[in-house]
Design a protein. Structure first.
Length: 319
């Protein structure tokens, strides 16, 4: 049987966000690049996995693509659990994001890559094709796809409640759902009648493979998220979402415990009235590994936009 725990841990965070995200264009068309730089960029673009579009993308990139770098001015105050020492509670966001896009045969091809704080490696990357009425198809390496896009939708001034806090040793996931994850997955997004479908699927392990490499075998997975607004039921200011996913258990040692595919599920409701937004979310992870511990979490948050340059929030997460 799966082990269950009655341990309850509560996490809370107060955040202040000052100023808007800033975006600085670093080149556009010919005016900001010399010949050698253009050739290097084109060579790199030719290595994208979608080889059928690579030649066209490289051909138009020097003429129509625009690349920019963006970041944010963010100061945080984080309080740990009562049984832990907080120490210095102040932190600052230091990561940067790079984006580029261009038109290819009537479709928009986009690329993004984000660094970790203090440039400690790559945080995420994404290559996507916007096909208009046919939806968006993307290959994702950590930017967020499927069920992972609604893993925590409680209102915040900046980052989620759990960001920067440790996870409980008993659970490990911190209540964050996402059977397929967002690394090494194909992502499809399409809106039908006011409801947005966001699906993700992967083969084998979820890894951020570099070009020409592959990862080890692991359980394949799929998941999806459905999101919409209160317009469907005539409630202004309401937003909602729900999702589900499964991950194959893979090969495991023979034990006396049952094993099955992992199941992830969640649902949330947010309501905005003027500058104030409140929200509530529940999530459950039914882990399939032999001897593992299921997770159930509840979270709520409230955010207040003081003005266009300042917002504050408070939230709690219990697991």
């Amino acid at each position: 049987m799966l082990q269950k725990s009655n341990t309850i841990e509560k996490k809370h965070k107060f955040q202040v966000k000052m100023f808007k995200n800033v975006q600085i264009p670093i080149f556009y068309a010919h005016s900001y690049m010399n010949h050698n730089v253009k050739e290097n960029i084109m060579d790199n673009l030719k290595k994208v996995g979608l080889t059928a579009l690579a030649g066209s993308l490289a051909a138009v990139s020097a003429n129509a693509a625009e690349m920019s770098v963006s970041g944010a001015t963010l100061l945080t105050y984080t309080s740990e659990d009562g049984s832990e020492a907080t120490g210095n509670p102040f932190g600052m966001k230091t990561n940067l994001s790079f984006t580029a896009s261009g038109d290819v045969n009537g479709m928009t091809v986009s690329y993004m890559q984000a660094s970790k704080d203090q440039f400690a490696g790559m945080s995420s990357a994404r290559l996507s094709i916007d096909m208009g009425d046919l939806g968006i198809l993307a290959f994702d390496q950590g930017s967020g796809s499927g069920l992972g896009t609604i893993d925590d939708k409680t209102p915040t001034a900046a980052e989620e409640i759990w960001d920067g806090l440790d996870t409980d040793a008993t659970y490990g996931n911190g209540g964050l759902v996402g059977a397929a994850g967002s690394s090494g997955v194909f992502n499809y997004i399409k809106t039908f009648g006011g409801v947005t479908f966001n699906g993700a699927a992967r083969r084998g392990s979820g890894a951020k493979n570099s070009d020409g490499s592959s990862s080890g075998a692991n359980g394949s997975a799929w998941d999806f998220a459905l999101t919409g607004s209160g317009d469907l039921i005539g409630v202004d200011g309401l937003s909602w979402g729900l999702g589900y996913g499964e991950r194959e258990a893979g090969k495991q040692a023979v034990t006396t415990a049952d094993e099955h595919d992992r199941e992830d599920m969640t649902a949330f409701l947010n309501y905005s009235m003027g500058p104030v937004t409140i929200g509530y979310q529940e999530a459950h992870i039914n882990k399939g590994s032999a001897g593992s511990v299921d997770e159930t979490t509840e979270a709520w948050g409230i955010a207040f936009n003081v003005n266009e340059n300042l917002s504050v929030s408070y939230g709690e997460l219990t697991e």
